[in-house]
Design a protein around this ligand. Sequence first.
Ligand SMILES: CC(C)(COP(=O)(O)OP(=O)(O)OC[C@H]1O[C@@H](n2cnc3c(N)ncnc32)[C@H](O)[C@@H]1OP(=O)(O)O)[C@@H](O)C(=O)NCCC(=O)NCCS
Length: 185
Amino acid sequence: MSSVNWPEKFPVLETERLLLRRVSSDDAGGLFLCYSDPEVMKFLSAPLDNEDAIEGILEEYKEGFSRGCNLIWSIVIKKTGVFAGTAGFEEFSFLDSKADIGFSLLPSHQGVGYMRETLLEIINYGFQSMNINRIQTTVVSGNASSVKLLEKLGFHREGHMKQSVFFNNSYHDELMFALLNGMQE
Ligand SMILES: CC(C)(COP(=O)(O)OP(=O)(O)OC[C@H]1O[C@@H](n2cnc3c(N)ncnc32)[C@H](O)[C@@H]1OP(=O)(O)O)[C@@H](O)C(=O)NCCC(=O)NCCS
């Protein structure tokens, strides 16, 4: 029978350059920088224009683990202790052993392979330790850096959903990408 192994303690992970830890209130400033940045948000939703919304996002990320509904890591650069972004499983379908992955990096930390390093670790954790069978995500059409990253990680493009999301005053197409356990590069 398929089932997801939910960890008892929040899983702190480590890569060569990065510490992946639970989101904390200390990340409020970094999260606001990220989610208010028009470049970061270009393919996600309207950028935040007010720091008030961060409280709710922090709560969702911090408590998501305790409530068993999401597993989001803050990405911290080991050398400097600086917050670089977030990544993790935003939603689970427990009966299907399936998770939706999401990720974003502050522009000042893009282009040096941090997200690839992060996702390799998180995907490995999801497949090996949590017994997830399928990791998927939708990417808004035109989000070239995300498509490149996912394809390099072995994700397959499975479909094109026309006008499936609405933000910034228009409908956007989304591409479905997925990776099955045992099929990663
Ligand atoms: C998607 C996103 C995280 C990708 O960031 P990124 O830094 O380009 O991703 P990676 O970590 O894979 O880094 C790859 C880049 O680093 C370079 N790089 C440098 N050193 C590297 C290393 N040691 N290892 C791997 N790549 C390295 C690669 O050449 C590549 O650059 P290129 O695209 O110019 O070829 C970033 O664009 C982002 O936050 N976007 C906004 C949020 C978003 O759209 N999220 C997706 C929702 S579906």
